[in-house]
Design a protein around this ligand. Structure first.
Ligand SMILES: NC(=O)c1ccc[n+]([C@@H]2O[C@H](COP(=O)([O-])OP(=O)(O)OC[C@H]3O[C@@H](n4cnc5c(N)ncnc54)[C@H](OP(=O)(O)O)[C@@H]3O)[C@@H](O)[C@H]2O)c1
Length: 257
């Protein structure tokens, strides 16, 4: 059994712990920071979770430490805990490199992992750097592991994590359009989500076919789909998505140079 110490019991780590508890059948013992009393107490209803009396107790009892605080809280956290020599640290903190982590927590084995809220139901993307690191083994039960070879790839993976959030708003817009035209909400929600699921399932099935080729096979000249795509292009619909990606990437990487 692995003892996983959690510093930063928040929205994301809560979902990770719930997902791991569901799939892990007791393989991980979670030692929780007491800082977020309400979340920690709710998790501690599961016998696999123990709320420790301090962050240092979390670290002292853990085989591996998972850091899940917000980036702005990381330096303060690092000042107040001393990790054990060689104790591995896994970070979900967005935009903080392994170099920055080692400046804060010393020389040790670092992994970074990026997930979505679907970790709670074991259906998250689990982007991992370094590839095949400790995090990949530990968090594989949370969904689809994507091993990333370089830290730059991992930062790009962060943009994919943002896309996950943006998709909710896109789906909402499309659902709204249908309801404004008179469709009941439940049907609109079912149709839009199901269309997205169709697309993902078929593209996975046709894994060797480029995605745009699959799109072109549907949006053939003269079809309604092709007509709508022309309007999306005319209104810079795709360019707006690329601009959003550039914006976040510049914030994550370029601003730090
Ligand atoms: N939520 C997501 O879907 C998501 C996705 C990808 C990445 N992330 C990354 O995950 C990290 C956490 O995000 P989140 O949305 O889960 O944030 P969150 O809900 O605010 O959770 C962070 C938790 O850390 C606690 N904390 C702060 N300082 C601490 C300290 N010194 N010792 C122990 N605990 C401390 C906070 O307590 P207080 O509230 O008392 O400050 C809070 O409970 C971020 O770095 C973010 O970049 C999140």
């Amino acid at each position: 059994m692995i003892k996983l110490g959690v510093l930063g019991v928040g929205d994301l780590t809560d979902k990770m712990i719930r997902g791991l508890s569901r799939k892990g059948s007791g393989a991980i013992q979670f030692l929780l920071s007491p800082r977020n009393e309400v979340k920690a107490a709710a998790l501690a209803k599961d016998p696999g979770c123990t709320v420790m009396s301090s962050n240092q107790d979390v670290v002292d009892g853990a085989d591996v430490v998972l850091v899940g605080v917000r980036p702005a809280h990381l330096a303060e956290l690092a000042q107040h805990v001393s990790l054990k020599p060689f104790q591995p640290l896994v970070s979900v903190v967005a935009g903080v490199s392994t170099k920055d982590l080692s400046r804060l927590f010393g020389d040790r084995d670092y992994s970074r992992v990026m997930l979505s809220c679907a970790a709670e139901i074991n259906r998250s993307t689990v982007a991992v750097y370094p590839a095949n690191s400790k995090a990949a083994q530990l968090f594989a039960p949370l969904g689809n592991v994507v091993n990333l070879e370089t830290e730059r790839e991992f930062e790009l993976g962060m943009i994919a994590a943002c896309m996950n959030g943006w998709f909710y708003f896109l789906v909402h817009e499309l659902q709204q359009w249908l309801t404004e035209k008179g469709m009941p909400l439940e049907s609109a929600r079912a149709l839009v989500f199901s269309s997205v699921e169709d697309c993902v399932a078929y593209a996975r099935y046709k894994s060797s076919t480029p995605i745009d080729v699959l799109g072109q096979s549907i949006a053939t000249p003269g079809t309604y789909t092709a007509g709508g795509r022309d309007v999306l292009i005319e209104h810079d619909g795709y360019a707006a998505w690329r601009a959003a990606c550039d914006h976040v990437f510049n914030q994550l990487v370029c601003d730090k140079r």
